[in-house]
Every structure is written in C-alpha cells, then in structure tokens.
Design a protein around this ligand. Structure first.
Ligand SMILES: [Zn+2]
Length: 526
C-alpha cells in the first residue's frame, strides 16, 4: 500500500550514518528488525548501508531484496564514480546496482577545498563525476538522491561552483539534491538562506541532512523545511558520529505538530515513544531521559507551583500533549514538592487520596526528611509507594531486620563475604547466614534465606536485576554519603527501590528491605 504523498518525506539513515556513532553496532539481523519497525511506522526511505564499504551491508541488501516492504523504499548509499574512470567500470557503482534497491543515494563534492585537496582533481572532472553517476543510475531505473557533501561550507566558500555541482546533479536527473551540513557547524540563518538559493536555482526537489555539532541539528533541518525543502534525512534518537545526526524522533513530531505538515501517517505518531525505546534497546544504548518529546522527563513536573497548575490546566506548563507522541506526564516528588505533587503521584500509583486526605501532611514531612538524608524517589517508585501505603494503612511491616553482621576476607584474588542476619516476623525470629562475592550479594542471600521460611511462594521468583551506587556530593546538602538504587523483578513486574546512608552496606540493605517489602505488601493489596 503506497502512502498518500506527504508534504515532507522522512529519510532514515540510522542504519548507515547512525552506525558511525560511538558504541553503535548493528548485526544484519538487528538492521532487518529495525528496518521492519521503520517500515511499519511509515518512514518513507530507509538507507540500509554502503555496500561498497562494508560486506555486512551487502548481506543486508540481499535479505532486504527478498522482503515485501509496505511503506518504505530501501536505499543503498555510495559515492559518485572515481575520477578518470568510466562510470560503468567503477566497481563501487556496480555494487550499488547489485544491491537491487529501488533507491540509490550518492554523495559528491560541493566544496572546492575537497575537490582539490581530497579528490585531487579538477573542478570540471568533479562535475562530470556527479553528472555521469546520476545519469547512469537513472538509466538503470533507480530513483536517485544526490547528497551534496559539505554543501553549506562549500557554498559559503564559492557559491557559483557549489550551485554548479547541484545543478549538474539535477540536470542529470537526480530526484532530489540533498544539502548536507556534513561538519555540523552551520547556523540556522545560513541554512535557511542557502536552501532558498538552491530552491531558486536548482531544477529539482531539495532535501536536507544535518548534524548536531553545535547543538542546532534539528533546528537547521526545520529551517530548511520551512524554506521549502521537502525531504529530511536523519537518524532515530539522533545517533551518529561525534554529537550525532539530526534526530528524527524530534523532527517528526515537530513537522507534524508544530509545522502542521504531513509526514508519517497520523496513526503512527503516538507510537513514537515506543519506537525510540525500541531503537535504544536494539542499539544497547542507555535511554536518554532528557531527549526531547520521547525522553522520560520530557513531560515530568517537579516544582510545586508547576504541578499545581498542571493539575488544573495541563497545557499551562506543557507545549504539547504527551500522549500525542505516546509519552506520559510524570509528577516528580522532591523537596520542591507541594501537596499537589504528592496527591498526583499517589493517584498515579493507585492510591485513593485527594488534597483533603489527613495523612498527606505526614507523608510530605517524611519525604522531606528522607530527601534530606539523601534519598531520591524519582527513580524509586516502589519505595515511594511503600511510604505512602504505610502512612495510609498504619499497618505493621511484614518483617523487621533486628541485626546483621558482614565480614569479608580475601583469598588470593577472590573476595569472600559472609552475612549473618536476624529477621523477625510476628513473634518468630530467624537467624541465617549466607556467602556472596560481595557484601550486598551476601546480605541479599541471607535476607532472602531468612524470609523464605515465611513467604516462600511470594519471594521465590524475586530477582535483583540492577544495582547502582551513587556517591553523594557533600556540597549537595544531604546528610548521607551513599545512595543505592536497586531494581528487582518477579518475572512479571519490575520495581525500583532506594536506600541512603553513610555506609554503603546499610544503604544497600535499606533498598533491599524495601524491595522485599514491596513485593510482600503489593501482593496483599491485590
Ligand atoms: Zn551525515
């Protein structure tokens, strides 16, 4: 099914330019999975790789050629022919045809500096290289995009020559000339002016490809689109070399919701948040909470006044509805918190409270005390939930740790830790001992062993999945020196807890206790 022609075409280069980013590596299977997701999302063009530079990319194109793509066209990327050689004899160009893609994107030189110093050829040979390659690929039935490398730097240096290279590509039949800010150092005003020049003088469509080196990658792409460019190239989550490419996870909602132009299908937009996380997951990159639109803090509110206003009228402190891109509003509880934060957070966690709930004052007081001790609840919702629940229900805790003892000895290069713990459940007391390769590991094992006698069914599936330690800055005004976050799972649900103390072992134990207690009391509630 072909999509209705959009105002702006989205050209994804996550699989090619995105893999230039530090720490980003995709297997062929990863690339196919990503391409399938982009296709389902409605991305118009997916650049799969550079067959001339990477054998792995050749394999991707072999697999991609056998698939039926519903919305996307697959593009192979390469360069213009080499100097002083006929285009049909250039092996790199032959590999572009062998990729059997409907679209081929080739890059060539705009900037005289590069023509002379890097290609070491003449102005006229460079233009012939561009025109020959575009015409050859067009004659083979391909849709051809011409990526004008260093377009803005080249234009600023020698505008007539830059324009001549773009016009050559267009006259040879290029379906679009894509202006690339390869070094990522151009200002938005320059991008707008030069895009306007290109639109006035180059007889084909204009596209834009930007990088984020000075922090304006997305802004530059939008400037070009507002000037009249109709294709934008970028990567998901802004992956790419140095500081990254223009991020499509920002460009797409900006085009759709701020510029009110069509790009991807409207039904896809609420899946953007999920897509961004999926791409992070495949790339094995940590999610950036501050990423515009799709980050976990993109619609998070902290200041008490803000929260109060958001509670009344959401758009008073939000530029768009978080749901439009599949994100959600979050209320952060912190020492800036007013009653409104706590009420909204408690409601979000499933408690029935409002501004008149009498326990509210006590909850707020307790949060402030704990935050002063070094606790932080923003990434530890289970600890927050426990705190509220205890205040509301006035119930006894399911168990108490009366005492514990941890020792460590080194045997050759191995640390062996032993923990002894005394837990109390009702009237009964249990003493247990366990070993581990670290103090926290040993404490976890001992506590778990002690509690298993009383709660075998609930605690058996519980596992620790992540453990993070933060050493706190003494200038931060907190009393404790160490904060520990623990993430646990029972295979169905995951939850995070926090502990803080001067001593790392005690901080860890507090987070562990919260984790087990959350699992035990949560079960009772439901
Ligand atoms: Zn690039």
């Amino acid at each position: 099914m072909a999509l209705k022609k959009p105002d702006i075409e989205i050209y994804d280069t996550t699989l090619r330019d995105g893999t230039q980013g530090e720490g980003i590596n995709f297997s062929v299977a990863d690339k196919i999975r990503l391409a399938e997701r982009f296709d389902a999302f409605g991305i118009h063009y997916i650049e799969g790789g550079w067959p001339g530079s990477n054998p792995r990319d050749i394999e991707f194109f072999q697999q991609a050629a056998k698939k039926r793509w519903r919305h996307s066209k697959i593009a192979a990327f390469g360069s213009t022919r080499r100097k002083k050689i006929a285009v049909e004899e250039d092996p790199q160009v032959a590999l572009l045809l062998a990729a059997k893609t409907p679209v081929v994107t080739i890059f060539g030189k705009t900037w005289m500096l590069h023509v002379k110093e890097v290609l070491r050829t003449t102005a006229s040979e460079n233009i012939a290289m561009i025109a020959d390659t575009v015409a050859f690929l067009k004659a083979k039935g391909r849709q051809v995009f011409y990526d004008a490398e260093h377009a803005f730097d080249g234009y600023k240096d020698e505008p007539e020559y830059a324009l001549a290279t773009w016009v050559a590509a267009a006259e040879a039949g290029a379906d679009a000339v894509v202006l690339c800010d390869t070094n990522g150092g151009s200002l938005s005003s320059e991008v707008r002016r030069i895009t306007q020049e290109a639109l006035a003088k180059v007889p084909t469509r204009i596209g834009i490809h930007t990088h984020n080196d000075i922090g304006v990658g997305v802004a530059n792409a939008l400037e070009a689109l507002e000037a009249g460019a109709t294709q934008v190239q970028g990567t998901m989550n802004g992956y790419g070399e140095r500081t990254g490419n223009c991020s499509l996870t920002s460009v797409i909602p900006n085009v759709a919701l701020k510029m009110n132009k069509t790009c991807v299908p409207a039904r896809s937009l609420p899946k953007l948040h999920e897509l961004s996380h999926f791409v992070d997951e495949i790339a094995n990159m940590r999610h950036d909470p501050r990423r515009p639109w799709v980050g976990s803090t993109a619609f998070a509110h902290k200041g008490g006044m803000h929260v109060n206003a958001v509670q009344k009228v959401a758009h008073s402190f939000e530029h768009s509805e978080p749901e439009a891109v599949g994100n959600q509003r979050r209320i952060l509880v912190s020492d800036l918190a007013g009653r409104s934060n706590v009420v909204m957070k408690a409601q979000e966690l499933g408690f029935e409270v409002d501004n008149a709930t009498p326990e509210l004052k006590q909850i707020l007081q307790r949060i402030k005390e704990l935050e002063h001790e070094g606790y932080e609840f923003e990434a530890a919702e289970a600890s927050m939930s426990l705190l509220i629940q205890k205040s509301l229900s006035h119930a006894e805790t399911p168990f108490k740790v009366d005492a514990y003892h941890v020792t460590m000895r080194m045997d050759h290069d191995f640390a062996i830790c032993q923990a002894t713990i005394k837990v109390q459940v009702g009237e009964e007391v249990e003493h247990t001992v366990a070993e581990g390769d670290g103090p926290v590991n040993a404490l976890d094992a001992a506590l778990r062993r002690g509690l298993m006698r009383f709660f075998p069914r609930q605690l058996k599936p519980v596992k620790l999945t992540d453990y993070k330690v933060r050493i706190l800055d003494s200038s931060g005004g907190t009393a404790a020196k160490t904060r520990v976050f623990i993430e646990s799972t029972d295979g169905r649900e995951s939850w995070s807890t926090v502990g803080a103390h001067d001593n790392i072992v005690e901080a860890s134990l507090r987070a562990l206790i919260d984790s087990f207690e959350y699992r035990l009391t949560r079960k009772k509630k439901s």
